[in-house]
Write a protein that binds this ligand. Structure first.
Ligand SMILES: [Zn+2]
Length: 201
């Protein structure tokens, strides 16, 4: 008899769309049903202390911080039923292999992450995960400029829309983020003669 496979659910959206809250809701549902759950969060998020998970709503749950694939594999118990991963877009591409392995051995994986970066481009492993997923929960926020449905994360550096070529961390600059709709989202996307984006990552 074939062993039963697990599943992958992806919670995708921009900042302020409630991704972490949705992930935590799904985690709590599983915990009510006495399923074994581990929540993993990338350490890059400095809102949290190691081993805690913290959403904008202030909910804290125990998590294992893991910043590379080897430590991630080691953090996942063999007999786990549900693996929840927050800020999955920050993990290296090999996270996909780990998730694939978990799903193949029967684990239900729920991964939440930003689907686009501040340039409005696909973020890390997210497009691959959204393709592989059984279900994608695509969340939106409210545009902080006009109040419409927002799917983009606007980065502001010293109060102005960030430049396409800005590094992710700018020393001495004040970074802020807003949820914005497609109309209000602003980035100086470089376009080549052939109309293709000139990506300077
Ligand atoms: Zn707007």
């Amino acid at each position: 008899m074939k062993s039963k496979k697990g599943s992958l659910e992806v919670v995708a959206g921009c900042m302020f769309s409630g991704k972490t809250e949705e992930l935590m809701r799904l985690v709590r549902r599983a915990e009510y049903a006495k399923q074994s759950v581990i929540t993993i969060k990338h350490r890059i998020d400095n809102r949290v202390h190691t081993a805690c998970i913290n959403s904008h709503a202030g909910r804290v749950l125990v998590a294992s911080a893991a910043d590379d694939v080897a430590s991630l594999r080691a953090a996942i118990p063999q007999n786990i039923e549900v693996v929840a991963i927050d800020e999955v877009q920050f993990f290296p591409a090999e996270i996909f292999t780990v998730i694939e392995e978990l799903v193949d051995r029967g684990v239900r994986v729920i991964a939440a992450g930003l689907d686009t970066d501040f340039r409005g481009q696909p973020f890390g492993v997210m497009p691959q995960l959204m393709t592989y997923a059984d279900h994608v929960h695509k969340l939106s926020a409210i545009c902080m400029q006009c109040g419409k449905d927002a799917r983009w994360t606007q980065r502001l550096v010293n109060g102005k829309p960030a430049d396409w070529n800005d590094p992710l961390i700018m020393v001495g600059a004040e970074d802020a983020y807003e949820a914005r709709c497609r109309t209000c989202f602003s980035i100086n996307k470089p376009v080549t003669l052939h109309g293709q984006t000139n990506r300077t990552a």
